[in-house]
Each structure stands twice: as structure tokens, then as C-alpha cells.
Design a protein around this ligand. Structure first.
Ligand SMILES: Nc1ccnc(=O)[nH]1
Length: 446
């Protein structure tokens, strides 16, 4: 019997070619449909890996070359490596140094600013980004988009560092970055020009959080104008509030249509949409779909920050109208958001955790048939990388092997025993030790 441990000698660590036999694959991640029956969206199949690539995907039972060594999955699921399309690597892991005393959004905003101004040198950000990326890699993620706080001086410092980190991580994690600032900050031409120069130099995206007010549309026009001039895609933080009066999502969709904007636009959060009445929400969803604005929900962070009042029990989950958006024709996905910082006290850039929690918080279950798309093909498409997060013959064998066979098995445990293959080889999944950050964050006894 094959022993399912990552470091056992065997085909996953040594053989130039082998078979992952008797696996279950999420059909929604298959680039080409397999002629085999699916149960709850899972297809039984065997994958031939050769030269670090997927050489064949065969219906289970159609025996491949009998000479090849076999890793018997015994019915366990095999997924492509994952996509985490909305993170904040620059903030990650500051919690021990800068907790959020209220645990709410206003508290997070104000204390993050204090920490940023006091501590965010290049060395500080680099150490925390590196730590976060090591976690994401060990968990099986291959593509990460991060927002970077981009108010001075970090519009320079963080972006210079980002280019370095992207080069260092090339081949392990593909990195994308988005400028995060209040959209009204673009009214300062000297700042905005300098920021745009950095974003263009870095192959990044422009974004930020628009706010309601008389200048909302003109602020958006300035941002879209710059994006069109420089050929940039856009990724916003939108309406992260319980206030139903926050309607910048509709304004963003209007701006896309008004400008005939042809780049990709993503809107993260969109919490207040779920607090508006049905007709109003439906009108906005229709606009979002027509404008082709992709929506990313951040369920763990939203449930943590939204509807938090001291001494009171939360009454809503904080998430956007995920199902209604999907039914209305909008692209939808989920992602991590913050990790161990004032916006979210927990998290480890584990897209499998994000998937599990998203299923529970957003009711992505029953049926679960296509749910796996929300951390694979859907975010990959929104990020302009449809070559990642899918199972396709000829692609690198970047795969996650689960012992779990069915959805109830996959979603009931944290899948800490998963095996991650990169280019067909099992990687070392050891997570970095928090103690590595002690010197940076001020070690605390007690
Ligand atoms: N949810 C968030 C909003 C703004 N900034 C963050 O880091 N996170």
C-alpha cells in the first residue's frame, strides 16, 4: 500500500514519470472535459505525470502504461494549485505588534496607519511578505494578488520591494500587486503621477477605495482615465461597510460603461450590497454584469469585521450577495484578504481554508458540484491567468493531493496532510515558525 506522506521516497519524489491512480478531480477545473461520469462534480480519473508535467488525464480504469510506477490515490481528490486573488502581504503578521483593540473596521484602519508609519521599513515588510509567501506556497497556492498600501512613502518603498519579491518568487508563486489608497488621494497630481509611474514600472494595477460623496464620479473618472492612458487593469476595495447608503459599486459599473473601459475591473468586498433592498441590489447586479466587473468576496475577513459591536452578537455575516451576483451573470470568486493583522486577526494564506470557510459562510454547498471554481478557475480568469488553477494536459504538474475522497471528507478537516506537487515533485510543506518573526514584532513573554 502506498504511504501518503509527502517525504516518503517513491514516485512523487524520484520517478521521472508516474501515475496518480484512482483519483477524484473537480470537473470544473478540467480544461478539457473527460469522458467519464461525475458524482457531485467529481470525476474518477488517473493522471500520468512525466517530466514534471501532466502527460495524460484518463478515465479511471483505462490503464495507462503498466510499466510506470504508481501512486495510489485510493479515491482521494486531486486539485490544481490554487489562486488567492485578494491579499495584503505588506500588512501580514503585524498582529502581535499591533492588535486591533475593537476588532472592527474603523479600529483596523486607524491602528494599521500607526503601525505603518512607525515600523514599515523595507526590511520589515520584506520579512513579513516572505513569511506569508512561504505559508501560501506550503499550502499549495501558485498565484497571489496582493494590495499594497500606497500612501507616501510606501508608494515607493513597497513597490520597489514588490518587484524584488516577485523576481525572487518567480516559478514558485506568481505575484501581482495593486495600489491601495483612498481614491480621493488621486486629486493630488504630484502624488498620483508618482504612484502611476511606480505601478507602470512594476506591471501592477491601480485600485483603491472610492467613497460616497459629491466627487465620487469625478474621482473615478480620473482613475479610469489614468488606467486607460497607461493600459492598466483596476482592482477596487468597494463598500466594505454595513451602511446601505454605500453605493460605490454601482458608480464603478457606471464608470466602466461610461468610459467603454476595456481592461479588467475587479471589485472586492461589496458588503453593503447585501444591506440594500432587493430592487436596488438587482439594478446594481445587472449593471455589474453588463460592465463585466468581477466580484471577489472575502468571507473570513468580512465575517470578522462586519456587524461587530461591543457586547452584541453579530446578526449578519458581512458578505456580499454572492449567489445573486453569480445568477445575474457576474464573475464571482473568494480570497483570503488579511492575515494576522488588525483587519483579520487570524489566517495563514491557506486557500483550502478559504474555500472551506467560504462554503460555510456563503452556502456554496448543496450542491457542491462547481464550488471548487471559486479558488481555481474563476479567480485565475479574473487575474488574466487562465493557464493557472486548471487541470490540463501539457501544463506543469502543480497539484494538490488530498486523502479526502468526497466533499464531506474534504470540508470536515483542515487537510493538513495534503501533498503539494510542484512540477511533479512533492514539496516540503513545513510551515514557517512564528518565532522567526519575534525579533521583528517584539517577542512577548507570558
Ligand atoms: N479589508 C481591508 C480593507 C482595507 N485594507 C485592508 O488591509 N483590508
Amino acid at each position: 500500500m502506498t504511504v501518503m506522506t509527502p517525504h516518503a521516497p517513491g514516485p512523487l519524489s524520484t520517478a521521472p514519470a508516474y501515475v496518480l491512480d484512482d483519483a477524484r478531480l473537480p470537473a470544473v477545473t478540467l480544461a478539457e472535459p473527460l469522458d467519464a461520469p461525475a458524482t457531485e462534480g467529481l470525476v474518477r480519473a488517473s493522471i500520468v505525470v512525466a517530466g514534471g508535467r501532466i502527460a495524460a488525464i484518463l478515465p479511471y480504469g483505462t490503464a495507462p502504461d503498466p510499466a510506470l510506477p504508481v501512486h495510489d490515490m485510493r479515491g482521494g481528490q486531486v486539485w490544481p494549485c490554487l489562486v488567492d486573488m485578494h491579499t495584503h502581504l505588506d500588512k501580514g503578521h503585524i498582529w502581535p505588534r499591533q492588535p486591533n483593540p475593537t476588532g472592527d473596521f474603523a479600529g483596523a484602519l486607524s491602528v494599521v496607519r500607526l503601525d505603518r508609519m512607525a515600523h514599515w521599513s523595507a526590511a520589515d515588510i520584506e520579512a513579513r511578505m516572505e513569511f506569508g509567501l512561504r505559508c501560501a506556497y506550503a499550502h499549495g497556492t501558485r498565484l497571489v494578488r496582493t494590495h499594497l498600501d500606497s500612501l507616501p512613502p510606501h508608494h515607493d518603498l513597497s513597490w520597489d520591494l514588490f518587484r524584488e519579491m516577485r523576481a525572487r518568487w518567480a516559478g514558485r508563486i506568481e505575484l501581482q500587486a495593486v495600489a491601495l489608497m483612498p481614491v480621493e488621494a488621486t486629486r493630488d497630481p504630484a502624488y498620483f503621477e508618482a504612484l502611476l509611474a511606480q505601478v507602470v514600472r512594476s506591471g501592477g494595477l491601480i485600485g483603491g477605495h472610492p467613497e460616497m460623496g459629491p466627487e465620487l464620479d469625478s474621482d473615478l473618472d480620473r482613475l479610469f482615465g489614468a488606467a486607460m492612458e497607461h493600459g492598466l487593469d483596476i482592482d477596487f476595495h468597494i463598500d466594505e461597510t454595513r451602511d446601505p447608503g454605500a453605493k460605490t459599486l454601482a458608480a464603478v459599473a457606471d464608470a466602466v460603461l461610461r468610459h467603454g473601459f476595456e481592461g479588467k475591473v475587479v471589485a472586492g468586498h461589496c458588503c453593503s450590497l447585501a444591506r440594500q433592498d432587493g430592487d436596488e441590489a438587482a439594478r446594481t447586479i445587472d449593471k455589474v454584469a453588463r460592465a463585466g466587473v468581477g466580484i471577489v468576496s472575502l468571507p473570513m475577513c468580512n465575517m470578522y469585521l462586519q456587524d461587530r459591536f461591543a457586547g452584541l452578537t453579530p446578526r449578519w455575516r458581512g458578505v456580499t450577495l454572492f449567489h445573486e451576483l453569480a445568477a445575474g451573470g457576474a464573475d464571482v470568486a473568494v480570497a483570503s484578504d488579511n492575515t494576522r493583522d488588525p483587519f483579520y486577526a487570524y489566517g495563514d494564506l491557506d486557500a483550502v481554508e478559504v474555500f472551506r470557510e467560504a462554503v460555510r459562510i456563503l452556502h456554496l454547498d448543496h450542491p457542491l458540484d462547481t464550488a471548487a471554481r471559486v479558488v481555481t478557475t474563476a479567480p485565475a480568469a479574473m487575474l488574466g491567468r487562465p493557464d493557472i488553477g486548471r487541470l490540463k494536459v501539457g501544463d506543469p504538474a502543480d497539484l494538490i493531493l488530498f486523502s479526502a475522497r468526497h466533499w464531506s471528507e474534504l470540508l470536515s478537516r483542515p487537510q493538513a496532510d495534503r501533498i503539494v506537487l510542484r512540477d511533479g515533485r512533492a514539496i516540503d510543506r513545513t510551515l514557517p515558525d512564528y518565532r522567526e518573526l519575534d525579533a521583528l514584532l517584539g517577542a512577548r513573554d507570558g
